[in-house]
Design a protein around this ligand. Sequence first.
Ligand code: FAD
Length: 320
Amino acid sequence: MSVLIFADQAQGKIKKVAFEAIQYGAKVAAQTGTTATALVLGEVDAAELSALGNYGVTKVLHTADSRLNEVESGVYTKIIAAAAEQEGADIIVFPHNFDGRAVAPRVAARLKAGLVSGAISLPDTANGFVVKKSVFSGKAFANINITAVKKVIAVMPNTFPLEKTDAAASVTAFSPAINDADFKVKVSSVQTVSGDIPLTEAEIVVSGGRGLKGPENWGMVEDLAKVLGAATACSRPVADSGWRPHHEHVGQTGLTVRPNLYIAIGISGAIQHLAGVNGSKVIVVINKDPEAPFFKAADYGIVGDAFEVVPKLTAAIKQL
Ligand code: FAD
């Protein structure tokens, strides 16, 4: 038995969520007295690959095929299952991000494995193989005992703080038997449509709602985000109205984010919005209505007009 971790990359850079999954997988390996191997698909610098040892793996398998630079869930499933077989891995760990959500269930089905997605605990092996996840939009927890021999775990981003070391990993080429026919979808070009910081990876998110009145006022959201090194997000009506692009919409029908700090400006705090943000470590709400429901979910609240508060906040942070 061993542990295999799918280490997700984008544009040749390993994602932070992959570091978290690797660290999680290495801890599971230590817990179960086995070894952990990371698998990277697509073209990535050799230095980045050996640095994955910083998070606890001693070995990295790498398939440096340019056709794999973008995730294609069918062929990724085939390769990850082949790597699991080669390594004799009974436990396969993914990040629970967009790519992990697309691929982990397919790998689980292919290997006839039990799956826990959105894991927020290491397995409790004293009582079977019990992994905790949050359910009902963060309102309850479920403890799931994976009884199947093979187990797939997708780790909730920003749940386990990174503990980086100086250790390096050995990198081995992995050459699965794939051909062009395995690629059901071909990505011909990729356009980056948002800022430098991907929303689901951001440590800080500044988010605006209908209280901002119109797209012409988004400059102050972007200014605050810039001084904080944050990504920007929005409520659904803002995206539906075309004030902001849909990929910035968070909530039940949008992205789920779990940053260390979520700043909500002019957002009422409807349950459907909270569903996508209530895993944030600290929530700051700026709203002119003291009765806005969001204040109940907030760690810090500022009752005031966003058009006065936000520029002052940005100016004050610039002084720091
Ligand atoms: P509003 O509810 O209009 O709130 C605006 C807020 O701004 C108010 O609290 C107001 O007091 C405040 N405000 C106004 N002016 C100022 C000012 N000058 N300064 C400071 N504050 C001010 N919503 C999502 O966000 N994400 C989802 O994924 C989502 N999914 C949904 C799924 C379903 C099936 C349904 C039915 C709804 C969904 N919604 C979702 C919509 C959700 O119910 C709310 O309607 C929406 O979140 C409200 O957006 P808002 O807070 O920006 O706007």
